[in-house]
Design a protein around this ligand. Sequence first.
Ligand SMILES: [Zn+2]
Length: 269
Amino acid sequence: MRKNLIRLFVLIFMLAFLIDCALISFFYREVHIQKMPLQVDYEKFSKMDISGEVLKSLKKFCDKNDIDFSTYLSIYMAEHDYSVQRIDGLLREYNYKSIPNAQLKHLYYMIFADIECFPIRLDKKEDINRYSYVDSFLAERTYGGDRKHMGIDIMDDNNESGYFKIVSMTDGIVENIGWLELGGYRVGIRSISGAYFYYAHLSEYAADLKEGDNVQAGQLLGYMGSTGYGEEGTDDQFDVHLHIGICIIEDGEEKWVNPFSILKMVDSK
Ligand SMILES: [Zn+2]
C-alpha cells in the first residue's frame, strides 16, 4: 500500500514537471515572438552598441552549437534593444521556428558573414603595441563643412607613413580605387555578402590592384598613410591612420555602421 502511494506521488510529480516544462516553453515562445519588433531601428542598429568581447563570445557560442550567427545576433540585439555591453546569464539556443526579423538578420548577415581579419597586418611582434583606436563614430568633423565621422581611425602611434600594411577584412571585389578629396587614396571593397568596406588615407596601393579585382580576406590592399583633405596627392594634413568605414545600402540609401566593436572582435590585442 505504502509503496503504491509512493509510486503514485512520483508519477504525479513527474507529470507535473513535464506539464510545467511544456508550459514554460510554450509561453516563452509566445512572449519571445511578440517581443520581436517588425521594424528595424536603423539608428540604433547603426551604432553597433555591443562590446567586442560580447561579439566574440556570441560568435564562439554560435560556432560551437552550429547556429547561424546573423540569426542569433538579430534575435539577441532586438531582444536587448540593440545595446549589449556584457552578457547577463547564460547564452541559450533560441527557438528559431517563427522568429527573427528577416530584415535585421539580413543586415547583420551582409556585415558579418565575410569578416575574417583585422585590417592591419602585424608583421612584427612589437607592432601590436604600435596602433590604437577609440570609438569616434559620429564625432564632429569640420573639413569640407560640418559633418559626422562615419568610421573609425586606427592610428599608427609612431606616425610613420607607409609602415603598416592594410589588408582586406573580407573576401570581395574592388569596387572603388582612387583619390577622394576626403578619403585621399582609398580602396572600397564590396564583400561577397554585400557590405561595403572603405579603407581610406592610404600612402600607396598594393601593386597592380585595380577595380574589379577579386580579393581575399587578409590580402594586401595598400599601406597606411595620411593622404586626403585636398587635391590629389595632398598629404600630411593629419596624423597617419587608417580610416575604416563599413556601409550597407538599404532602401536605396547608404547606411554607415560603427566598425568599433567589429574591429575589437577581430583584433588580436
Ligand atoms: Zn576617419
